[in-house]
Design a protein around this ligand. Structure first.
Ligand code: ATP
Ligand code: BTN
Length: 239
């Protein structure tokens, strides 16, 4: 992957989307800081200078919706395995793609698409990992960083480990699809079998988490009925 290193950008995802007009994919954008880091559902990602990883990989995906199904969950698996490799065996996943350590959020993932998802498109895989951050204002939920568990970490080494792990998972996903990784994902879901509430924004659904479907949608058992939910605006919380 060719590399774009930025001192400070609004968002590495936005920068990758801009560079798509100028550069061949695949390429990677890394920044020391983001001034408008993006989270899911229009929320913001706290991104102070020099402490964390702000990583956006631009790739081309061909072959229709099947090639995209479950991709963001697979990226979550790659981030989780990266954290385990550097000494955090307790890293786990929260549907759809948050990475948690001991009940606190340590990393977030935001995939953005341009082009035709049914044919050829570009996907920006945005990953934020809290690395050496020990204090932060404006995060309205429990969070942690790698440093709190294993001490100061070299961010260059972390990028290399993440890039290698992500490449392997993306290749496996492209070759065999999400179904080949579904079981691995479910066995690392921190809320598997737990009673949770899924919010669509306009409605709440309470049920027991059964796992995920072949496309990466969440499967809930609600009053004896199984239902699958998918879409970018959904949010899951523990009852
Ligand atoms: P869910 O993913 O279940 O919908 P969420 O609360 O994690 O819920 P997201 O939209 O995925 O929401 O992520 C954005 C949220 O992440 C922000 O509203 C904030 O609470 C939190 N957040 C922002 N920056 C950081 C950070 N650097 N580390 C950890 N959490 C952060
Ligand atoms: C979330 O949990 O809501 C997703 C957060 C994603 C944050 C990363 S940091 C690198 C990339 N650039 C962004 O603006 N967002 C993603």
């Amino acid at each position: 992957w060719s590399l774009h290193l930025c001192e400070s950008v609004g968002s590495t995802n936005a920068e990758a989307l801009r560079l798509l007009q100028l550069e061949e994919v695949p390429f990677l954008v890394l920044a020391e800081a983001q001034t408008s880091g993006r989270g899911r559902r229009g929320r913001s990602w706290v991104s102070p200078f020099g402490q964390n990883l702000y990583f956006s990989l631009a790739i081309r995906v061909q072959g229709g919706a099947g090639q995209l199904a479950g991709m963001s969950l697979v990226v979550g698996l790659a981030v989780m395995q990266t954290l385990r490799l550097i000494g955090l065996p307790q890293a786990g996943l929260k549907w759809p793609n948050d990475v948690y350590v001991d009940g606190r959020k340590i990393a977030g993932i935001l995939l953005e698409l341009t082009g035709d998802p049914a044919d050829v498109c570009h996907v920006i895989i945005g990953i934020g990992i809290n690395v050496n951050m020990v204090e932060a204002a404006g995060i309205d939920q429990l969070w942690t960083s790698i440093r709190e568990h294993v001490g100061m970490v070299d961010r260059n080494e972390l990028v290399l480990t993440l890039a290698g792990t992500l490449k392997r998972y993306l290749e496996r996903h492209a070759e065999a699809g999400f179904s080949a990784l579904k079981q691995e994902w479910e066995s690392n879901h921190i809320w598997q079998g737990r009673s949770c509430t899924l919010s669509t924004g306009s409605q709440d659904y309470s049920g027991v988490v059964l796992g995920v479907d072949e496309e990466g949608g969440l499967r809930l058992m609600i009053n004896g009925d199984q239902r699958s939910f998918s879409g970018g605006e959904l949010s899951l919380r523990l009852d």
